[in-house]
Write a protein that binds this ligand. Structure first.
Ligand code: DX5
Ligand code: ZN
Length: 231
């Protein structure tokens, strides 16, 4: 299933509930919650209190992206009835396996993310444990950056591993996604699309979400190209 996850990092915090309401009504599927600590990434965003202020104000599930050091200490703070995913960075976890088990023990889905400079092979021994892999297509810390092309081959490799092994993790892509490149990341194999500035920076947020979801629907409905293999 294709899902659009607008990142509230680029929203207007003076009317956050209203802006989340707009994207929900327009057909977005998840609220992407970018948590930054000023240590793992060179920026500070917000914590669980801001996310929890949206509880009950939207029916969209929360997709929590922890760009923080020591995520084991803070993951539980982000668990609510609406939390679907909590994602940690491979680069921030000395004991990644333990961190993933910790998230699962909290009763939510566990995701793992890798930065643009990290090889996919860093996840070889955790892929069968995670519910989602988040491929960063910018260096985390800020919205509005340019898409880094090498994310495409990571997404394609993750999709190939899924198809070959039967693993069921979602593939999420985050950073620099716009209407011009969303088709490419979906074709490569991503099924959860994060979009921050291209959604909340639009003059008409409602129309922009509809454009995104329209594209996702169209791509999802397109017949797959015949691979030429014998059936
Ligand atoms: C980057 C964050 C992203 C960011 C995406 O550190 O993890 O979720 O908000 O913003 P855009 O879509 O503007 O690149
Ligand atoms: Zn993010």
């Amino acid at each position: 299933m294709m899902r659009l996850a607008p990142s509230i990092l680029s929203a207007d915090f003076s009317c956050l509930g209203q802006q989340v309401g707009i994207v929900e009504k327009a057909g977005a599927h998840l609220v992407h919650v970018d948590v930054m600590d000023g240590h793992f990434v060179p920026n500070i965003s917000f914590g669980a209190t801001v996310m929890k202020s949206l509880s009950g104000k939207t029916r969209m599930p929360f997709d929590v992206h922890l760009m923080i050091e020591n995520p084991d200490k803070y993951a539980a703070d982000f668990v609510t009835d609406q939390t679907e995913f909590i994602t940690v960075h491979q680069e921030a976890c000395t004991h990644l396996h333990r961190s993933i088990q910790n998230i699962k023990s909290l009763g939510v889905k566990a995701g793992v993310s890798i930065n643009p400079g990290t090889s996919l092979s860093a996840l070889d021994y955790i892929l069968d444990e995670v519910d989602m892999v988040l491929v960063m297509s910018v260096n985390p810390g800020f919205g509005g950056q340019k898409f880094i092309q090498s994310a495409l081959s990571k997404i394609a490799m993750l999709k190939e591993i899924k198809d070959r092994t039967g693993l069921t993790y979602d593939i999420e892509v985050d950073g620099g996604i716009n209407l011009d490149n969303v088709g490419t990341v979906v074709s490569a194999g991503a099924n959860i699309i994060v979009a921050g500035s291209s959604v909340f920076g639009a003059a008409d947020i409602d129309a922009r979400v509809r454009e995104f979801t329209g594209k996702l629907k169209m791509i999802g409905e397109m017949p797959k190209l015949d691979s030429g293999e014998e059936k």
